[in-house]
Design a protein around this ligand. Structure first.
Ligand code: PLP
Length: 381
């Protein structure tokens, strides 16, 4: 049975060229911090990888810190508030949206428990941050953290506008671009962004390598302390192999991104049209136009339990998700769907279908056919 993968927002298969590049470096084993030639060979890979990514983001390589992934990058940014509190520096307020990834929202709860002021900005029914509320709440001592493209419903925030608001207030902005990198154009030279989070495994790169952009002169306390690697910003022996994989994934994005985005948008439109015409009890969550990610479709099938739908589809060889991968093993209703106005019951009737570079029209046809079959069966049971 052919497997049809429709869960690209959870993670992506490694691009064959990325795999090749990483395999070719397997014997480059030196420690980048070593002064000898073998170490320096690894150091060169690290430096070149940073250069590739910096060019893509239009920033300087010195502004990039490699991390273990999006979670660590997000945690590191919010850790700044804790570090400032511990060292009795003037306290700052955290402002984030109601639809952040759990690596921000859970950390924000932790900060709140630690006595730090946290404010959540509501979103509209499409998942767009309420900019008037942001204007009202923002102060000079705020750190604003906003998810660029939402992992569950695909909403792409107006980061340009948000960055202007933050700039006018003299505050700091962190953007979680984990789902945006390689899908949405990012030009850091033209935006008032202090921090940006990204990860390789959402763009056909390896797992366990992420990125934190830090604007020059932005105050900083490292979360990992030790051997002084990466200019004392993130201790731990650098994994140049993963870094090279990340950079190669970026190289491939440069080649494939534009064409893939058009192709996925047309597959998304086809899938949405099929869903709407076949199921009168279906409701699409998130923007269906270009203000939503090209490959992300979130849909509520009223009266259909999402777990059951997912399991039946899995048995038919099709992988989808009930929400974000991180929360799909918990029995809590999706915070994101709640924030856009869906009830808990509706959230438990919603699924996320995310398409990517190997998705085809045949996959969409097969998915629609199986959805009809399985949903018909579930609603009769
Ligand atoms: N932020 C967003 C928006 C995500 O979708 C994810 C992963 O699902 C993360 C952060 C966490 O990234 P990682 O899996 O690299 O830790």
């Amino acid at each position: 049975m052919e497997q049809i993968y429709c869960d690209y927002n959870a993670t992506t298969p490694i691009h064959p060229i990325v795999k090749e590049r990483m395999i070719s470096l397997m014997d480059t084993f030196g420690n980048p911090a070593s002064i000898h030639g073998i170490g320096q060979e690894a150091e060169r890979v690290l430096v070149e990888s940073k250069e590739v990514i910096a060019e893509f983001l239009n920033c300087s390589p010195e502004n990039l810190i490699f991390t273990s992934g999006g979670t660590e990058s997000n945690n590191t940014v919010l850790f700044q508030l804790l570090a400032e509190k511990i060292s009795n520096k003037p306290e700052r307020k955290l402002i984030c949206s109601e639809i952040e990834h759990s690596s921000i929202s859970e950390y924000s709860t932790f900060l709140k428990k630690s006595g730090i002021e946290v404010v959540y900005i509501p979103v509209d029914p499409q998942g767009f941050v309420n900019l008037e509320e942001l204007q009202k709440e923002i102060t000079k001592n705020s750190l604003v953290s906003i998810i660029w493209a939402n992992n569950e419903i695909g909403t792409i925030q107006n980061i340009e506008k948000i960055s202007e608001i933050v700039k006018d207030a003299g505050a700091e902005l962190h953007v979680d671009a984990t789902q945006a990198l390689g899908k949405v154009a990012i030009d850091l030279s033209s935006l008032h962004i202090h921090w940006l989070t990204a990860t390789a495994h959402k763009i056909y790169g390896p797992r366990g390598i992420g990125l934190l952009y830090r604007r020059a002169y932005t105050r900083f306390a490292p979360m990992l302390i030790g051997g002084g690697q990466q200019e004392d910003q993130r201790a731990g022996t650098e994994n140049h192999l993963l870094m090279a994989g990340f950079a190669e994934a970026i190289n491939q994005r440069k080649v494939e991104m534009a064409e893939e985005s058009i192709r996925l948008r047309s597959l998304k439109t086809k899938l949405i049209n099929e869903i709407i015409s076949r199921f009168e009890f279906a409701q699409i969550n998130g923007p269906i136009d270009e203000r939503g990610l090209a490959g992300t479709i979130n849909v509520t099938f009223h009266g259909v339990e999402n777990e059951m739908l997912l399991l039946y589809l899995d048995m038919a060889g099709i992988s989808i998700s009930t929400g974000s991968a991180c929360s799909s093993r918990t029995f809590k209703a999706s915070r994101v769907l709640n924030a856009i106005g869906r009830s808990d019951l509706e959230a438990f009737s919603s699924v996320r279908i995310s398409l990517g570079r190997e998705s085809t029209e045949t996959h969409v046809d097969r998915l629609v056919e199986k959805l009809s079959e399985i949903i018909g069966r579930i609603r009769k049971e």
